[in-house]
Design a protein around this ligand. Structure first.
Ligand SMILES: [Zn+2]
Length: 343
């Protein structure tokens, strides 16, 4: 049994008719799960809004006030992120969903998911990239306070680099922030270079694998197998937070990686197994995905992987022309991390 936090108002997270972020993706995902008959294995929980106190564990007072003020009048948070009237409440509700999901991991659930979550472009004092509040950081700080957790693993597989999460945690060795993303030289937000491994006490606890455009499923899964299980076992996290963005799909209009539907099944299953052999607490935050139909299918496959189902959606494989290039990047990364991790 997996728990999902869901609220009808999630579907109001809509940044406008011409904006790539489509508001009703959470509803469509749940409807598709119903249609495919997996809701019998899923329990829904209705979240409440995160409080200002929750938000302030991760963000500055100035920033929270700025979003609140913009939300009253409408306006632009940044050049790519319009702030429609009322967005403060909706973004707080999404964040509340991640908090509730995190709490449930301490009330008998081993896997929890939030379909409007993983807002990794929000830093302590800034944001863009369709994000308002960094729910990853908000739930980390919530659990640090309430459950006294000391080791948090973030596995961020969204196609974009999580510059906000990196901003908040690059000097913090209690949060291992591991991100695979399309190379910042070719995609927003431009950060997440391979040689950036954190700073001060956090050195070695930021791990970035920037991938070339065209990277396909074979290289991606191989890179996952070479890095993530070893790091997870050595770090020994008390919770794994999986930002499961599906904008790595070949049809995504915003990015250029070439993953297929079935890859999400395998990635989710691998993370479920890793969690069950370590902390047994997996928080899945759905993240980005801008081809609505492909995203819903990919999220369905993620649920099938998490539920260890035999059946899932498959599509035609795409030849992967980047295997050699990605292999070189992985060995570079291993070399760079050798001082900190046994890979
Ligand atoms: Zn993304």
């Amino acid at each position: 049994m997996i728990g999902i936090t869901y609220h009808e108002d999630y579907n109001k997270y809509d940044l406008g008719i011409d904006h790539p972020l489509v508001g009703d993706k959470p509803r469509k995902s749940i409807e598709f799960f119903k249609e495919k008959n997996i809701m019998k294995d899923i329990k829904l929980f209705s979240p409440e809004k995160a409080t200002e106190k929750d938000l302030l564990r991760a963000h500055s007072k100035n920033y929270v006030n700025r979003v609140k003020d913009l939300s009253k009048t409408g306006g632009m948070l940044s050049s790519d992120t319009p702030a429609p009237i009322g967005i403060y409440n909706i973004a707080s509700l999404a964040t509340g969903g991640s908090i509730l999901a995190g709490e449930k991991l301490f009330e008998g659930f081993n896997i929890m998911a939030n379909p409007l979550a993983g807002f990794h472009h929000a830093g302590r004092d800034f944001s863009s990239g369709f994000c308002f509040f960094n729910d990853i950081a908000v739930i980390i700080e919530y659990l640090r306070e309430k459950q006294k957790l000391k080791r948090f693993l973030v596995v961020d597989l969204d196609v974009h680099h999580g510059n906000g999460t990196q901003d908040i945690y690059s000097s913090d060795p209690t949060v291992l922030n591991l991100s695979f993303h399309q190379d910042g030289k070719t995609l927003y937000p431009g950060t997440g270079s391979l040689d950036y491994i954190g700073r001060d006490k956090g050195e070695g606890f930021t791990i970035n694998l920037p991938l070339p455009p065209g990277t396909g499923s074979a290289s991606y899964l191989n890179a996952f197998n070479e890095i993530i299980p070893q790091i997870t076992r050595q770090f020994d996290p008390e919770i794994i937070i999986y930002q499961s963005g599906v904008d790595t799909h070949h049809s995504d209009p915003l990015a250029d990686l070439n993953l297929t539907n079935q890859t999400y099944y395998h990635l989710a299953k691998k993370l479920m197994k890793l969690s069950s052999t370590t902390c047994n607490k997996l928080l899945v935050l759905f993240g980005g995905g801008y081809n609505s139909n492909a995203s819903v299918t990919s999220y369905y496959n993620i649920m099938c992987g998490l539920l260890d189902k035999k059946e899932y959606k498959k599509e035609k494989d795409i030849p992967d022309k980047k295997t050699d290039e990605v292999k070189i990047l992985v060995s570079k990364l291993k070399k760079l991390l050798a001082k900190y991790w046994d890979l």
